[in-house]
Design a binder for this molecule. Sequence first.
Ligand code: PLP
Length: 387
Amino acid sequence: MKEVTRLIHTGLNAEVAQSVVNVPVHRASTIAYADLHSYLTRFDDNNRYKSVTYGATGSTNSRALAEAIAVLEGGFDTVVTSTGLSACTLAIGALLSQGDHVLITDSVYGPTRSYCDKVLKRYGVEVEYFDPATGGGIKDLCKPNTRLVFVESPGSLTFEMQDIAAIAEAAHSCGALVAMDNTWATPLYFKPLAHGVDISIQAGTKYISGHSDLVIGLITSATEELHMRIADHAMMQGDIASPDDCYLALRGLRTLSLRVPRHFESAVVVASWLENHNDVKRVLYPPLQSDPGHELWRRDVGGGASLFGVVLEKDNLTSISRLVDGLELFKIGSSWGGFESLVAANLTPIARDVVPWTECSVLLRFHIGLEDPDDLIDDLEAGLKRL
Ligand SMILES: *Cc1c(COP(=O)(O)O)cnc(C)c1O
């Protein structure tokens, strides 16, 4: 089957599908059993992580979503968590113990970095950041106690591409696992597990849900052993997503293969227009030929997100506020991946340990929605005049 066909035909509960197409929302704390024997043996056999036993350990809806994501990622199975952030922190937390060393990309999503700095260090884990351009050089940073390398490509805010296959090969040669936050490309455009990554993480909040109406996280492991470790950890933390959110995320997934290419096409049009504007210094978007990560993007991804950064020539907050506040089609806010265009700004310095990022003082971030790109360009043209 082609991937877009599989996207439609997985995560359907066969029993339920005889009466309705979608798995209905099953709200439950208690699951009722036919007799005491079935209750006492509910965790037995291979179904331990698949059957639905109690509301706090997953639902029919989280199982259906997990099944579909695992197929898309080409993994053993998927753990569904309450947020994209908890997917990152649960995967990291499940794999590390006191005295371990972890290598984290310096371009990592900010709240993941805060977890490493404020929680992991307190638990006695040695946290070290690395230059996103390191690639196979990760080998030189490995220590005897390095257990995990955490990557994200392109990186949050600054969009540096990473050579994932080279990092995975180097990490494995040192006996370390590799986890990747792959939210930007989605598993449609980059399949981390096929490039040697052991654990692939998605903030399903973004493109998978696609409608800015929920938060959810997805952790897919290459092997049963890793999946069990992470599933156990999530269960002990009591971290799950609600049946309603799982239902909506799975509904979003059905149209992922239509929405993301459209987002991407429009983003290339808008980003190229911006790049050629006199008031724009640089657009941080690997699909553009001018981007330093373009070759890696072309080799590994070839499509993907409509999220990019913009550095303006007039780098002061007063002028930039005039631009942003007058935009009619771009909402101002966090997150991305929904149908609507968004703009956000980050004031530098951006949190970095190894490679400071000092290109400007106000870094804009645009998410291109499903509007006609010509209308978005008109809106931005008027905005740039207000600068
Ligand atoms: C948004 C985001 C997350 C966190 O997802 P939430 O559901 O908002 O917690 C993690 N990683 C990346 C790259 C993101 O963009």
